[in-house]
Design a protein. Structure first.
Length: 233
């Protein structure tokens, strides 16, 4: 939010509706009474305790098997806490802080203490990153270099539908742009705009357009704005 929020607000000149953390938290980026960037939550869908424990059990198994190149990113419901990273290797704390400058803090507590902390807070999303080539993980059937964890059934499409209902928007008459296989919301919009060369399985409800880059996306949005103005004349 601190990276893009200021610019977004300057362009929109109004609170910006946001679906964050892979659909787990909905709200508005806005300014508080001190004119500082703020987030006003509409609703959130934190992970259940059993899901957190399942993730940590997987981390424990990796460590027992000698894979210590593990980073666990977690995102509390309280947006002011920011992005927190856990590493099992104390000597890597400085390296992690320098590499992931978006993190508000880096911790290296015992796994049992981490579990206690995650149970205390409402956690909307966990991102598990194994900083080791995928080929090295082939022996571990359930391991991937990176994985996102949210409450069961929660993804970007779910979050988009929820905020659209809150705002009174019919997604069938909306435009959605994305470039990632995680952008599941693309299958719920009227006009899907795929940006970049990734092969995505999603299709818009009415039409799908493929563009090469963000510059072409900007041109498309300007053209849509021109058409809207023409229709109002």
């Amino acid at each position: 939010m601190h990276t893009f929020g200021k610019e977004w607000l300057a362009i929109a000149n109004a609170p910006i509706p946001v679906v964050s953390m892979n659909g787990s938290q909905l709200g508005f980026v806005t300014r508080d009474e001190k004119d500082e960037l703020s987030f006003e939550e509409i609703t959130a869908f934190p992970l259940e305790t059993v899901q957190i424990d399942e993730v940590l059990a997987g981390v424990e198994k990796l460590i027992e098997d000698g894979i210590r190149d593990v980073l666990l990113f977690y995102y509390p419901r309280d947006w002011r806490m920011g992005e927190i990273i856990w590493t099992p290797v104390t000597e890597k704390v400085v390296h992690v802080k320098e590499k992931y400058t978006s993190a508000s803090s880096v911790t290296t507590v015992e796994l049992s203490k981490l579990q206690e902390q995650l149970h205390t807070e409402e956690i909307c999303m966990i991102f598990l990153l194994i900083e080791r080539p995928a080929d090295d993980l082939m022996a571990y059937q359930h391991s991937r270099p990176s994985s996102f964890f949210t409450r069961k059934g929660i993804d970007k499409l779910f979050g988009t539908r929820e905020i659209a209902a809150h705002l009174g928007i019919d997604l069938a008459h909306s435009i959605g742009a994305g470039d990632s296989p995680m952008d599941s919301f693309l299958s719920g919009v009227g006009l899907m705009v795929q940006v970049g060369g990734n092969s995505l399985e999603f299709r818009g409800l009415h039409s799908t357009v493929k563009l090469n880059n963000s510059i072409e996306l900007g041109d498309l949005l300007f053209r849509v704005a021109d058409l809207e103005r023409e229709l109002k004349l």
